[in-house]
Design a protein. Sequence first.
Length: 314
Amino acid sequence: MGRYILKRIGQSIIVLVIVTVLVFLVMHMIPGNPIAIYLGETATPEQIEKYTREFGLDQPLYVQYIKWVLGLFQGQMGRSISFSMDVTQLLPQRILTTLSVTLPAFILAVIVGVILGVLSATHRGKALDSVISVFANIGIATPTFWVGIILVYIFALKLGWLPVQGHTALTEDFVKGIRQLVMPVIVLSLGSMASITRQTRSAMLEVISSDYIRTARAKGLKEKTVTLRHALRNALVPIVTLLGMSVGGLIGGTVLIEQLFSIPGVGSLMMTAILNKDYMVVQNVVFIIALFVMICNLVVDILYGYIDPRIRVD
């Protein structure tokens, strides 16, 4: 198991290095001068040259890349051009804000998706199965931003039950913070919830038709025990695979959700930084997201080994 984990860590590090190189090159290939954007149209060539030297943008690209990577090992992420502050001071609160939306959405998607998938599989061909399948198909096919607009129109503008937008820390005002999180969390979780529901149903149907499940029933075990202890446990590998992929999808979805509900998280920060060609902010945000997704995928790979020992042997 130790060799299996080390192999996965090595592969993840290679992927992370490739991501840093790609995001660095892509950002520098985009037309436009970030210093000129920051200073505005009234900036003189002397001012642009001064700030270019100050932010180290006059150095060769390979020197800038090496300095950035070495700074990451020292806990330094450089200075944001558009926000005029160190990225290490800019990101922590933004990350916590994004996690306050992403983490509940992930938990909601997993719990509801697995429950609905199991119910659909165990009631195959019945009305409940049809209803859940329709819900899953709608959830996959419907654009996230459209669902968000509909929810805002109904629950915020028409009924007045929930606030239209904004974000309040739970430590500051718990009730207000929860009310502001309801719609973003539901909208963000719908796509992953629908995918998990369909994957769970498919995996469960495949396992339920196996010989050992029929044997378990023939021994007189309760249907609940057969479903949860034998069927669901053996159907977990494809489900866990989808959970790992869902993390990246949820993080990507926060960009739209934060724009729609005016949430000051990493997604909205990323949009502002891209428009202003703020190299350091974009590079470090992409690095952190890639690192987070890499860790989640590594956890998934490790879970594979514990769920099915044949995987780590291979």
